[in-house]
Design a protein around this ligand. Structure first.
Ligand code: 9MR
Length: 349
């Protein structure tokens, strides 16, 4: 009995070690990162503080990814902290650093209701003056990064879950036409930039997705340039089902919009319970990621803008601080070691 147990354990150990060695080869024996295996860009959100202080973070960002979304420093509070005073220092340094390595820069985000500077929140003006404020904000930024930033999330999170338009400060001050105007202003500032609408739960909530699609189709029918949709993909091992995600992708491409999986992370603890970490938990996460990537692979090439993860290590994910819960949503663990979901991508790309 004892002997059988020992044999099984030994066999298991051998399998485990050889499996680990195979996986280790991906990272130790080659300088080839995730993006080199992919026919479409693979990106990450970048936290400027980590980039400047953490050498491992920096080297992973360069090795594994070829598309970069600044996580916070392109937002209005960072770029225009005071009226008509633009602060380019951090954004310029991040952009020029990654351009040196031929990375694509994705601009996130021009018009949003969060992370606004106080002066915009307090601004008193007519609808026309608000429209001018929005125009100057969009066009100054888009022109500043012309030939550097490939694409913009022009408007972010403008819809409610029931499909109605969110009552943002922009809608209150300018009216429902603010989304159309934002796209027109961005296009005027750089006709070569790709323009995206970005939102969450589009992969799981058909009501919200249909509203977004009908608004964007309407804009496009009237000659407004809208290139694609950022499907954020803050998903979890519990929800949604891969089939729901596949349906979302099919509906979006049927309407001829590019798809950016723009903020992908996979929560393993969406309900904030006390969890026990296990191999099966992380395998489940890896399997979901695998099916997301396989579904994305099915999209015709012209609609594949790329897949962007919302960070590198679990340690720095927005989820832990925002929801104040234990979670492990990204490709690397707290010590910057690749997790099963990292290895899974190599198998499905
Ligand atoms: O990851 C970002 C986090 O560091 C910020 O504190 C937070 C502030 O709202 O924004 C996070 O990023 C969000 C993104 O800009 C838009 N979609 C939801 C993301 C997660 O909240």
């Amino acid at each position: 009995m004892l002997k059988t147990k020992f044999t099984i354990n030994l066999t298991f150990l051998v399998i485990l070690i050889s499996g680990c060695q195979r996986e280790e080869n991906y990272i130790t024996n080659s300088s080839i990162g995730l993006f080199s295996y992919s026919s479409y860009p693979i990106g990450t959100a970048i936290d400027i503080n980590e980039l400047e202080s953490n050498a491992i973070y920096k080297s992973i960002s360069l090795k594994e990814f070829n598309s970069i979304t600044p996580e916070n420093i392109f937002k209005a509070e960072a770029l225009q902290p005071k009226p008509l005073t633009f602060n380019w220092t951090e954004a310029d340094s991040l952009v020029s650093f990654f351009l040196t390595y031929n990375k694509r820069i994705h601009g996130h985000t021009l018009i949003w209701h969060n992370q606004l500077p106080q002066w915009i929140i307090d601004y008193q003006g007519s609808p026309y003056e608000w429209e001018q404020l929005m125009k100057v904000h969009i066009q100054t930024i888009v022109k500043h990064f012309k030939n550097k930033v490939t694409a913009w999330d022009v408007v972010n999170e403008a819809f409610n879950e029931d499909g109605t338009l969110r009552n943002t400060i922009w809608k209150q001050k300018i009216g429902v036409g603010y989304i159309e105007k934002a796209f027109l202003f961005a296009n005027e500032a750089n006709p070569n930039a790709l323009l995206f609408y970005n939102d969450y739960n589009l992969e799981s909530n058909p009501i919200k997705r249909n509203s977004v699609l009908s608004l964007l189709k309407n804009l496009r029918n009237r000659g407004v340039k809208v290139d694609g949709i950022g499907v954020q993909m803050h998903v979890s091992t519990y929800y949604p089902e891969p089939t729901q995600i596949a349906i979302a992708f099919q509906e979006i491409i049927a309407d001829k919009f590019k798809i950016h999986l723009s903020e992908l992370d996979i929560s393993v603890n969406p309900l904030g319970k006390n969890i026990i970490l296990s191999e099966s938990l992380f395998n489940e996460q890896a399997n979901l990621l695998g099916s997301i990537v396989l579904n994305y692979n099915q999209i015709p090439k012209q609609y594949q803008y790329g897949i962007t993860f919302w960070g590198i290590s679990d340690k720095n994910s927005w989820i832990r601080s925002f929801y104040n819960r234990e979670d492990y949503p990204l490709l690397y663990d707290d010590n910057y070691m690749p997790k099963p979901c990292y290895y899974k991508i190599f198998k499905v790309l």
